[in-house]
Design a protein around this ligand. Structure first.
Ligand SMILES: Cc1cc2nc3c(=O)[nH]c(=O)nc-3n(C[C@H](O)[C@H](O)[C@H](O)COP(=O)(O)OP(=O)(O)OC[C@H]3O[C@@H](n4cnc5c(N)ncnc54)[C@H](O)[C@@H]3O)c2cc1C
Length: 461
């Protein structure tokens, strides 16, 4: 940590908002005007819209993340977690990966800690479930699903096989629908290489408490997405929820019971709960309350944006809805970050703040190779696309939205190679316990029982 006399702009979180805001500030800043410090427990930003494709093996997981130190060479990047903020002293407490927590003084503060999976106290969920918020989960899910096919292919126990081949996904928004679409597609592809596993042996189940899936693309395309997934054999249960999943025994409110080794939880997000310790004004659902200028209410040196902030949606408000808030998505996070960066610079120089206002540009979702839905908003016109064309839109949009040319090129290269070489369908589940085999080889072998002297043998007998 540097201890310069320059003012410090502390950016808490190096995700979408943190990365883009820090880049913007560094770009607009005069040489030596301030120190920009980014703190995040991970040393990389994750491009979350690509997590389902990483889970399906269409993109290498390393290409879905952006190394913070590499793209922010002029910033100070600290790997750790901000645990508290003392506003009176303008000091943050940072818990590094190892060692004692320390205090970090700041002059300006950016809160960009994003969201975490929104869960409920469902028996068995914490032990059996896996989320879809980070690259680690995406890699873990892919390895796990392929491992289930390996298990099912090589067991003679019908119950074990059925449980291994049943995949339950809870939550049918973007994350859930895209992940089940991609993973089903991968499993279907992978099944071609197994002797005893066919797609018909697998059960893919999608559960949602709402009466539709993919609400982000509107009711018509959502209905198409549902029909499409059903045509691929995905069972979709709407207006129901999961009551329990103890030991993988899934019980739904509608009465369905199945045993499953794979329970993927994608039922929405909630603002980072660590915010509660920061003493900032929070909205009813735990978001940091900001003005339309992205300043935290009642402050002139703290800004917040993205999934952890409740930002007024000025387009909706001007259209007559006084309670319109920006939804938590990348479209807003990215644009808010740029305005936020400009406002931090203006705040530092004593200039007026800019308002954040953005009209929804639509949404794109991939549901597996060559399948997707897209809604493009152009003024008052909404263009709805489905199938292959929508999938190209999805790939084109996200491929170009991926931060840095280095990452864009890697992602497009992955897609191009897959056209000729087909996707990899190997499970590297042992990656999670890389030392196991070495431990077995290196552990001390117990000394053989010492042979007793001849005389003692005779006595004993
Ligand atoms: C599977 C999936 C698919 C998605 N698909 C789409 C899509 O197609 N289109 C779309 O618009 N949006 C999509 N989204 C949503 C989009 O990714 C988010 O809205 C966006 O990432 C929000 O950006 P953010 O900066 O607020 O949070 P994040 O990008 O999540 O960044 C938050 C950062 O804060 C860090 N952090 C957490 N706690 C601390 C702490 N205590 N101290 C310091 N740092 C901390 C985290 O490590 C993380 O790096 C998707 C999300 C998911 C999960």
């Amino acid at each position: 940590m540097s201890t310069t006399e320059r003012p410090r702009i502390l950016v808490v979180g190096g995700g979408y908002v943190g990365l883009y805001a820090a880049r913007r500030i560094l770009k607009k800043m005069r040489y030596g005007e301030a120190t920009v410090t980014v703190v995040d427990p991970r040393s990389y930003m994750t491009y979350q819209p690509f997590l389902p494709e990483a889970a399906a093996g269409s993109i290498s997981p390393r290409h879905v993340v952006v190394p913070l130190r590499r793209v922010l060479p002029k910033a100070e990047v600290l790997t750790g977690r901000v645990t508290t903020i003392d506003q009176d002293r303008k000091v943050a407490t940072v818990a590094p990966l190892v060692g004692e927590a320390y205090e970090l003084p700041f002059d300006y503060l950016v809160i960009a800690m994003g969201a975490v999976s929104r869960t409920f106290p469902i028996p068995g969920l914490a032990e059996q479930g896996i989320g879809m918020k980070g690259i680690e989960e995406s890699i873990g899910l892919r390895n796990h699903v392929l491992e289930q096919l390996d298990k099912a292919d090589s067991t003679t126990d019908e119950d074990v096989r059925r449980k291994a081949l049943t995949f339950v996904f809870v939550g049918g928004g973007f994350a859930g629908a895209e992940t089940i679409g991609e993973v089903e597609d991968m499993a279907r592809d992978a099944a071609k290489y197994y002797t005893n596993v066919k797609r018909e042996d697998m059960r893919f189940i999608l559960v949602d408490a709402a009466d539709k899936i993919l609400p982000e693309v509107g009711p018509k395309l959502g209905a198409y997405g549902k029909e499409h997934l059903e045509s691929r054999g995905v069972e979709i249960y709407l207006s129901t929820s999961m009551d329990s999943c103890v030991d993988g025994h899934v019980v739904l409110k509608n009465g369905l019971e199945v045993d499953s080794s794979t329970i993927v939880w994608t039922a929405g997000v909630k603002p980072n709960p660590a915010l509660a310790r920061f003493g900032l004004p929070l909205g009813p659902r735990g978001h940091v309350d900001t003005s339309e200028k992205l300043q935290v209410q009642g402050t002139d040196y703290i800004w917040a944006a993205g999934d952890n902030a409740q930002v007024p949606d000025m387009v909706g408000r001007r259209a007559g809805n006084p309670n319109a808030w920006c939804p938590p998505n990348a479209q807003h996070a990215l644009r808010q970050a740029k305005v936020l960066g400009d406002n931090v610079i203006s705040g530092m120089r004593g200039f007026p703040q800019k308002e954040y206002s953005h009209a929804n540009k639509g949404a794109v979702a991939g549901l597996g190779l060559h399948k997707g839905v897209a809604m493009i908003v152009m003024g008052k016109v909404k263009i709805k696309l489905k199938g292959r064309l929508a999938w190209y839109m999805h790939r084109g949009y996200h491929g170009m939205a991926m931060p840095t040319w280095n990452r864009k090129i890697r992602v497009f290269a992955d897609w191009t190679l897959a056209v000729f070489l087909k996707r990899e369908v190997v499970s590297l589940g042992a990656m999670e316990t890389p030392r196991e085999e070495f431990y077995e080889a290196a552990k001390p072998t117990p000394a053989p029982a010492a042979a007793k002297p001849e005389g003692e043998k005779a006595k004993a007998s």
